[in-house]
Design a protein around this ligand. Structure first.
Ligand code: NAI
Length: 414
């Protein structure tokens, strides 16, 4: 017999789920949430910590872009806050550790702008080869300098891709369609796509390439990975493109190589220090050098990328609400477990201390519940458990688990 208080439970009604979207998030996100029946409120700007503390107590899902800072105090005010979506790439505007400790997964959209970056890089390869940025500037200024010398087709030239991940792959495909020979170097073993070839070391790639494009993340290993020694390994007359992270290239060394005429040009989109807003002036040793394209970190900035971000992040948040899935969370144990038909699903976030699973399984066994599936994933601070149970006792199990001193958040879905 089920014990007292073990009546079947139901999940929180969807039409009572409140989503707050800040900073003009793409309407694709609102459409996705509304298709689930969630209530959505959109605000154009960012909110201050004080405003968040006032607003968050009634919010279940918060969507932000890069301007809203989410502090521990703001998260503490979110009594019902289940998840935060960063509708952008970066997540350092959120106190991720605090969100983790409070059992709140944070999602972002790391790959929504992959294609946008790749297309810009391809454009830059051709711009550099033809010195197009300089010619355009000259004509704007009234000068007519029709030259062929030092201008090339890209067909048949070698492109070296450092970091053969999402963007590196897209660049590889597009460059081959222009008739380029593609070499790729990655720290992890990668299958070369199309006719591209992987090389064993970066030195090989630098020595063989007419164009080198960087697509690595910011890590201790990639800090200044292209400095004076690496630039020295590049062919005379080669070009460097960096649309990855500003820390990857030693900018004074690049400026020196360009001034000496060793490199014939460069395109740079990211810098070791970038202005925090459009109104702030920017200076760099690369300014005013010939055949150097400088752009303000716009590799991923397209309408399509914004639209993709709206879809990608709202989908991650919706799957978390409906299934408890966290496969792409940036601060949280990752679980993606298919829904078990006819079962109730309990989601429990707990402090990662010894004995929690034993306590939970004792509750389940004391209530004679039948576990249909159970997955636990942990990090150093918390554990995240998804448990699928027979419906008749799930309410009692949820209530008892929620009362454990180790539990941070417990939710039931059906
Ligand atoms: P990804 O994670 O798909 O690929 C990165 C690749 O670099 C991986 O294959 C990884 O194994 C490799 N890698 C890591 N350390 C390495 C090392 N020391 N040497 C060689 N390879 C190494 O990342 P994705 O999406 O391709 O992005 C690449 C970079 O582009 C990131 O730094 C990202 O921040 C940046 N990015 C820049 C944008 C812009 O607006 N300019 C927009 C989007 C991304």
């Amino acid at each position: 017999m089920p014990a007292t208080g073990t009546m079947p439970a139901t999940s929180f009604p969807k039409d009572k789920i409140k989503v707050l979207l800040l900073e003009n998030i793409h309407p694709n996100a609102t459409a996705r949430f509304q298709s689930e029946g969630f209530q959505v409120e959109n605000l154009k700007g960012a909110l201050s910590e004080k405003e968040l503390i006032e607003k968050l107590p009634s919010v279940h899902i918060l969507g932000i872009r890069s301007k809203t800072q989410i502090s521990d105090a703001a998260l503490a005010a979110g009594k019902h806050l289940l998840s935060v979506g960063c509708f952008c790439i970066g997540t350092n505007q959120v106190d991720l550790e605090a969100a983790n400790r409070r059992g709140i997964p944070v999602f972002n959209a790391p790959f929504s702008n992959t294609r946008s970056v790749a297309e810009m890089v391809i454009a830059e390869i051709i711009f550099l080869a033809r010195q197009l940025a300089d010619r355009s500037k000259e004509v704007h200024e009234g000068a007519w300098k029709k030259v062929a010398s030092g201008c090339y087709e890209v067909r048949g030239k070698t492109l070296g891709i450092v970091g053969y991940g999402h963007i590196g792959h897209q660049v590889s495909i597009l460059a081959e369609s222009f008739g380029m020979r593609v070499l790729a170097y990655d720290i992890a073993p990668k299958l070369a796509i199309g006719n591209a070839r992987t090389v064993a070391g970066i030195a090989d790639l630098l020595a063989q390439s007419d164009f080198v494009t960087l697509h690595v993340p910011e890590t201790p290993l990639t800090k200044n990975m292209i400095g004076a020694p690496q630039l020295g390994l590049m062919k005379k007359g080669a070009y460097l493109i960096n649309a990855s992270r500003g820390s990857v290239v030693d900018i004074p060394a690049l400026a020196a190589s360009l001034k000496s005429g060793h490199l014939a040009g460069a395109a740079v989109d990211v810098y070791p220090e970038e202005p925090s807003g459009n109104e702030i002036m920017f200076s760099s040793p690369l300014q005013k050098l010939p055949n150097v394209i400088l752009t303000p970190h716009i590799g991923g900035s397209t309408e399509e990328a914004q639209a993709n971000i709206g879809v990608e992040v709202s989908e991650s948040l919706t799957r978390f609400m409906n299934e408890g899935a966290t496969p792409t969370a940036v601060n949280f144990p990752r679980i993606d477990s298919p829904i078990v038909k006819g079962a109730h699903r309990i989601l429990n976030v707990h402090r990662n201390v010894p004995g929690v699973l034993k306590d939970i399984n004792k509750i389940v066994s004391d209530l004679n519940a039948n576990i249909r599936g159970q997955i636990l994933s942990t990090d150093s601070e918390i554990g995240y458990l998804i448990m699928d149970l027979d419906q008749n006792v799930s309410g009692g199990v949820k209530d008892a688990i929620e009362k454990l001193s180790t539990s941070i958040r417990t939710r039931i879905l059906f």
